[in-house]
Design a protein. Structure first.
Length: 200
């Protein structure tokens, strides 16, 4: 089944830039930010916010991207595009919850990044981008029900009440299944370890 989220990011080998960035190069840091900026605009477009909110949403996304560049640890074997996607999407959703009272999914149950940058997204690309393979492998390990809940709430942005009615289960069970599935994905993708490393 074709995923509803398709970010056609270019294939890049930024290992040299990351090494320079880790050594304190402002130029390398800036280049990494600029190279990944299209993801911010793509995510903002997917959220389909009103025009008067769009500019602020982009600003939130850029702040999250900068935070992702500054906290990313290449040695954790997590692709940066995946890592940044969680942070950017999570911060955008937090912003929408603050200003619009309704966002695609509740942040407290969609945490791939701790703190203010709760994350909530899974994405794929038309080709098997190297940063999406880890996600595909992790998703395939979820149970059918867990996968259905993740797809409905996170990828499709549906509300829990609708999903609960469709599945003939309580809303509390929907939240429980989502929380359990996200915890599994977080562990399998090594994001929890990356969080601890960034706090050290």
């Amino acid at each position: 089944m074709k995923k509803t989220t398709e970010y056609d990011g270019g294939r890049r080998d930024d290992s040299k830039l990351w090494a320079e960035c880790a050594a304190g190069s402002d130029a390398a840091r800036e280049e990494l930010i600029l190279a990944n900026r299209p993801m911010v605009y793509w995510l903002a477009k997917k959220l389909k916010v009103p025009y008067n909110t769009y500019h602020d949403l982009i600003q939130e996304g850029m702040l999250a991207l900068i935070s992702a560049v500054d906290s990313f640890d290449p040695s954790r074997n997590i692709c940066f595009s995946t890592y940044a996607y969680y942070k950017i999407n999570g911060r955008m959703i937090n912003f929408l919850q603050r200003v619009e009272a309704k966002a695609p999914t509740p942040v407290e149950d969609a945490v791939f990044e701790s703190g203010e940058d709760g994350g909530a997204a899974l994405y794929d690309a038309p080709e098997r981008r190297e940063w999406s393979i880890d996600l595909e492998n992790a998703l395939s390990q979820l149970s059918e029900r867990e996968s259905d809940i993740i797809n409905a709430l996170i990828m499709e942005g549906r509300v829990a009440n609708d999903v609960a009615a469709e599945k003939s289960i309580d809303v509390s069970n929907v939240y429980r299944i989502r929380r359990k599935a996200l915890a599994k994905l977080k562990s399998w993708l090594g994001i929890e370890s990356a969080q601890e490393a960034s706090k050290a």
